[in-house]
Design a protein around this ligand. Structure first.
Ligand code: 5AD
Ligand code: SF4
Length: 459
């Protein structure tokens, strides 16, 4: 009797993968998913019954830690039902807590820090064969030999550097992600070109301090050189990067952006605070006036540029007057959007040791006042764009309603619109009809019939 595929291909089980935090973690999760699939496991949404459950974690603020700790409780129950399930915690919180994580949660089998992610398959097999529970959290490592494994056909992320040498006093990143390590220029260029050739018309370059790129390379390079080297990559319609640091944003980078037609008119430029004393205590390396000057030069060189930012309120010692200077700077900078946070002391960082911590209710009060101001600015700036037709790269149908599509403009704004057929990965022109703080609802005008039609016609 001939064997059917079902009898010859063993079912090796399933995996559940949950990702918290920034795009660097999403990128690592693409690698994790690829490795888990290489083990013969199939992706599953069923956390309870999955043979291997992996949490890719974040520790940037205390609430990020708490989310993961909270989820561990569920697995106490799941593992009572399915004792052979392997529970792995990887990434930044794993790096931060190390051994403590295993001690605190007996249901956890495996803790893998940021530099040990690629050991996942080997370590899962060890756990499955009953060799014990493990912690691997080395201080430095190199994972650049793993290339991007994008999960979306039309858009891809490429890590150009890992780690950060800036040591802002509020930030735990340098402690858990290590020192700056840049990927060689030729490697980035060949990776981006390959991805574009394979149909990834949008590429997002990633780094914790993305424009400090290249200082550690031999021969030395920099971010402006890299943007130049990526000019003219066939099939690359949109190039983005995140997150740059204002103090490293040279005039050459601005010029390289302006000279690269694929470069999107959007920069996420973290401000953090508007008061010079607070910026100094944060160790940011620029003043409010320098930030505004940089924003003006960027807007002057790149027509239609959208600026978004990150802001922390209630940093230790911040007075009401200093907070008011953040509000003033936000009024002057007119960011299109912002991620806004109440300061969260992180163990081991200088900020956590500063004596003059601000009470939580005051931090939250400042946060709500800032959000209100920024939301009104976002609404004003979005209102100006009503009636315009924007180029949207369609990301796919909405989960709730298959006839409603979601995409992003070159400026990174979300646009929802109605359409028939599958437009995923195509460019569309959409008239912006209604505005919200998060983006727009619009009306479809026209769309490509095949990916790349419009860019080929323009070339
Ligand atoms: N508390 C609050 N926000 C923080 N961020 C980083 N560290 C902290 C902290 N300890 C914010 C910064 C950074 C963003 C990714 O997270 O604004 O740009
Ligand atoms: Fe953290 Fe960014 Fe400062 Fe580096 S530059 S320490 S990642 S906030």
């Amino acid at each position: 009797m001939l064997a059917t595929p079902e009898t010859t291909v063993p079912r090796l089980g399933s995996y559940y993968l949950q990702t918290y935090g920034c795009q660097m973690n999403q990128y690592d999760s693409e690698l994790l998913a690829w490795m888990l699939e290489g083990m013969g496991l199939a992706a599953s949404d069923d956390a309870e019954r999955a043979d291997v459950a992996v949490f890719n974690t974040c520790c940037i603020r205390d609430n990020a830690d708490q989310k993961v700790y909270g989820r561990m409780g569920d697995f106490k129950r799941y593992k009572a039902q399915h004792p052979r399930q392997v529970l792995a915690v990887v990434g930044c919180l794993a790096q931060k807590d190390g051994e403590d994580f295993l001690n605190r949660f007996p249901q956890v089998d495996l803790v893998l820090g940021t530099h040990n992610v690629r050991e996942l398959p080997e370590m899962v097999l060890k756990v499955q064969s009953g060799e014990g529970r493990f912690v691997r959290a080395e201080k430095q490592g190199d994972t650049f030999d793993l290339l991007a494994r994008p999960t979306r056909r039309f858009s891809a992320m490429v890590t150009i550097s890992m780690g950060c040498d800036q040591w802002c006093t509020f930030c735990i990143v340098p402690y858990v992600r290590g020192r700056l390590k840049s990927k060689p220029v030729l490697q980035v260029v060949s990776e981006v070109r390959r991805l574009a050739r394979e149909g990834h018309r949008e590429v997002l370059l990633l780094g914790q301090n993305v424009n400090d790129y290249g200082r550690d390379l031999e021969p030395r390079s920099d971010f402006a050189d890299l943007i130049d080297a990526l000019r003219g990559a066939p099939g690359l319609d949109r190039l983005r990067f995140t997150s740059p640091h204002p103090a490293y944003f040279t005039q050459r980078v601005i010029e390289a952006m302006a000279a690269n037609p694929a470069m999107c008119e959007h920069v996420h430029l973290p401000l953090q605070a508007g008061d010079d004393q607070v910026l100094k205590r944060m160790k940011r390396g620029y003043t409010g006036a320098e930030f505004l000057d940089l924003a003006a030069r960027m807007r002057g060189a790149i027509p239609g540029l959208a600026l978004s930012t990150d802001i922390i309120v209630g940093f230790p010692g911040e007075t009401e007057e200093q907070f008011q200077r953040t509000l003033d700077l936000v009024r002057q900078a007119r960011f299109d959007s912002a991620f806004m946070f109440a300061y969260s002391p992180r163990p081991g960082t200088p900020g956590a040791l500063f004596k003059d911590q601000i009470p939580e209710d005051e931090r939250l009060d400042r946060l709500y006042r800032l959000i209100e101001l920024q939301n009104s600015i976002s609404m004003e700036l979005n209102a100006i764009r009503l009636g315009r037709v924007a180029e949207v790269l369609v990301e796919g149908p909405s989960k709730k309603d298959a006839s409603r599509y979601t995409g992003r403009t070159r400026c990174g704004r979300l646009v929802h619109f109605e359409a028939e057929g599958d437009l995923t990965g195509l460019m569309a022109r959409v008239r912006l009809e209604q505005h919200f703080t998060w983006g727009f609802v619009g009306e479809l005008q026209e769309h490509e019939t095949r990916p790349g039609d419009w860019s080929r016609a323009a070339a």
